[in-house]
Design a protein around this ligand. Structure first.
Ligand code: ADP
Length: 461
């Protein structure tokens, strides 16, 4: 007898240029196959499906597009599924083709000249208009073309790309992306789209740039320098250029930040999704900038607003995956104890200027006054006395920075890249130690530790 309950297998026939859109609720999963004998091809946000292979999806809203027409079989129960006839894929492909022309001319230049620099595209717009999706599609197409794009994620409030939420990341991709997981989220667990080198990771630790504009900008500048130095060692990536995804910029107040990003990354194309007004503002702001293209991209009708609980479950899943891996690659994290009184212990926190805690001194350990806090004139991060470390830190993420604990000052901590993350399981105030979960065994190295306020309310069990 048939071991699979055939009543749960759906077959969907797609005509050319149609897409199969589906949603899968958290805690359920479905498997989709491009039918083995089908004549056509299919792709998920720019990455081709292999015929007959099962792809498993959980907690996602997604679409499989076909240029040729194809047949799909779906096992399990999606919470939403339909076939859409109208999609903006042809426009996205045209954009890819335009970028590819620029890459061809960049590759024709001698490596040392400015012209060898491929196009650098910035995707901006309100939330849930398809910025991340377009970044995936452009990345997928350029990889299929044999290119090596550098993909940068500046959206700290999202689900986390290549690392945990709250980070800004960059990596150059040289092989195909993972159909199920896009860019991937855990550098430790055989990330899906395999970055050529370990990703560059900075931990910002707040949801939006507004909470700490100064520090956010500082990290943008550090990232730009780090990215440029990688490009100098890697001519293929330099020729391919940058694809940059951003947090939601939907009004005028972000104009300054957008200009900052454009300048730091020497952007050559600004693509706006989902806001005519933002498009016009950008046209005006950059009309006199030489070699700058400002373009408007259509949003797919498949783009869905993701509500707060759904976004939280995506973030939680990313953090969980960082420590525990997934079905394809299970990780066993280690529980490590950190002695709070050990010499050189250096714990810092991200300052959120929007929150009331900015000038609040109640976090001071008993017996210490404000002068024992090390803060810079811009107050972007601050050092915490060990007396402050209590159960409030449980279930938070702590970045282990590259800067040594002994060298840590406000400037170093606020700009340092990240080595890795630990998760605070328990703070034992009496024994003066905290128990953390770490993806690597051994001691937590004697580095400055930075605790963020984002992602919040995580429970890893
Ligand atoms: P943004 O980056 O602007 O916030 P996303 O690209 O993340 O927006 O898209 C919002 C949501 O819509 C995501 O869950 C994404 O997977 C989904 N989505 C995007 N395009 C489609 C599509 N064509 N069909 C189905 N879902 C889609």
């Amino acid at each position: 007898t048939d071991s699979i309950d055939s009543s749960t297998i759906l077959t969907r026939e797609l005509k050319p240029n149609q897409e199969f859109r589906f949603e899968v609720a958290p805690n359920t999963s479905i498997t989709i196959r491009l039918t083995a004998g089908t004549a056509g091809t299919a792709e998920l946000f720019g990455t081709e499906l292999s015929k007959g292979l099962p792809y498993t999806f959980t907690c996602c809203k997604s679409a499989i597009y076909t240029w040729t027409g194809c047949s799909l079989s779906i096992e399990g129960s999606p919470s939403v599924e339909y076939i859409a006839e109208e999609t903006p894929m042809a426009t996205y492909l045209n954009l890819h083709i335009a970028l590819e022309k620029l890459r061809v001319s960049a590759s024709d230049c001698p490596p040392t000249t400015e012209g060898a620099q491929g196009p650098r595209i910035l995707l901006i717009g309100p939330p849930d208009v398809g910025k991340t999706t377009v970044a995936k599609i452009l990345t997928g197409y350029s990889i299929r073309q044999g290119r090596k794009p550098m993909v940068i994620n500046l959206d700290t409030g999202g689900e986390g790309v290549l690392s945990v939420p709250g980070t800004i990341t960059a990596a150059s991709f040289g092989s195909v992306m993972d159909v199920e997981d896009g860019f991937g989220s855990s550098p430790m667990s055989a990330p899906s789209a395999i970055p050529v080198k370990l990703p560059l990771v900075y931990y910002y630790g707040l949801e939006t740039p507004e909470g700490g504009v100064k520090r956010y900008k500082r990290l943008i500048s550090r990232m730009a320098v780090a990215v440029n130095s990688r490009l100098e060692e890697d001519i293929e990536t330099k020729n391919t250029g940058l694809i940059i995804d951003t947090p939601s910029f939907d009004n005028q107040t972000n104009g300054d930040l957008i200009s900052y990003i454009v300048a730091e990354f020497s952007i050559t194309t600004i693509a706006i999704l989902g806001s005519e007004r933002l498009y016009n503002t950008m046209l005006k702001s950059f009309s006199s900038t030489a070699n700058m293209n400002v373009i408007k991209l259509p949003t797919s009708g498949g783009c869905v607003d993701r509500d707060i609980p759904y976004k939280k479950s995506l973030r939680d899943a990313t953090v969980k995956k960082y420590f525990f891996g997934d079905e394809k690659c299970t990780l066993s994290p280690y529980t490590i104890s950190i002695e709070l009184d050990s010499p050189g212990f250096s714990l810092w926190e991200t300052v959120d200027s929007l929150s009331s805690d900015k000038r609040n001194t109640s976090f001071l350990p008993i017996g210490e006054d404000e002068s024992s806090l090390q803060t810079g004139e811009d107050d972007v991060v601050r050092k915490l006395g060990v007396g402050y470390v209590d159960s409030r830190f449980e279930n938070l993420i702590v970045a282990v920075l590259q800067v040594d604990a002994k060298d840590a000052g406000v400037k170093e901590v606020s700009e340092s890249a990240v080595l890795g993350f630990v998760f605070v399981q328990e703070v034992d105030e009496k024994e003066r130690r905290m128990k953390v979960l770490s993806p690597v065994p051994g001691r937590v190295p004697a580095k400055a530790l930075l605790v963020g306020k984002w992602p919040e309310g995580m429970f890893l069990t």
